[in-house]
Design a protein around this ligand. Structure first.
Ligand code: CDP
Length: 212
């Protein structure tokens, strides 16, 4: 039986780093589902296609190869914005969710992170975490990331973006971002990545004890 760990939360909550650490710890496969939305958006942008044509966006979504996803080529801010726009389209979500569910069945186990994993993609996941942090802390993390990478950034612009993205992700009709009823909440506002990992591991170990 495959064990799936579902990790959801808003932009820049630290899900990515946490999910990779968890996957490594348990020897599970990891899928950052945000990259599937980003890859679809990038394909549309590269082809000069509109971001508001659902049939065209669905076609691009069906062509996304999970094995080739690479955050370093999909990290641009403009791609993230476009991703959250096409993520409101039900046909795009259906196509990507189908691929994500296929991935979630890999043996011996999987970690999927995104916005709707515990609620829609893997409602039967063995463990569900909802990772969050205040918008101020998330904007600061994104700012530090850009500066550490040698770029220049404007904290206030990033803070406004984080809030706008939250509104779009939480307010959409199809699969809005929200914790599943059975998710464990992990607020990382005051936690280092290491502390968040330890807290997540304690929750996961306890949950797995009752499943195996
Ligand atoms: O890393 P960041 O927080 O910027 O976002 P991401 O995980 O790369 O996802 C980009 C966008 O894709 C999000 O703002 C969501 O609108 C959308 N997304 C989604 O709708 N469902 C998912 N499971 C993952 C991402």
């Amino acid at each position: 039986m495959t064990l799936t760990i579902a990790i959801d939360g808003p932009a820049a909550a630290g899900k990515g780093t946490l999910s990779r650490r968890i996957a490594e710890e348990y020897g599970f496969h990891h899928l950052d589902t945000g990259l599937t939305y980003r890859a679809t958006a990038k394909a549309l942008l590269d082809a000069g296609l509109p971001l508001d044509d659902e049939a065209v966006a669905e076609k691009m979504a069906r062509e996304v190869e999970l094995a080739g996803l690479d955050r370093s080529v999909l990290s641009a801010h403009q791609i993230g914005e476009a991703a959250s726009k096409i993520a409101v389209m039900p046909a795009v979500r259906r196509a990507l969710v189908e691929a994500q569910r296929g991935f979630s069945r890999k043996e011996p186990g999987t970690v999927l992170d995104g916005r709707d994993i515990g609620t829609v993609v893997c409602p039967d996941a063995a463990v569900k975490l909802y990772v969050t942090a205040s918008p101020e802390v998330r904007a600061k993390r994104r700012y530090d990331e850009i500066v550490a990478g040698g770029g220049s950034a404007d904290y206030h612009a990033i803070f406004e973006d984080v809030k706008k993205r939250d509104e779009r992700d939480m307010g959409r009709a199809d699969s809005p971002l929200r914790p599943a009823a059975d998710a464990h909440l992990l607020d990382t506002s005051e936690m280092s990545i290491e502390a968040a990992f330890q807290a997540a591991k304690t929750l996961i170990d306890a949950a797995l004890q009752t499943k195996i």
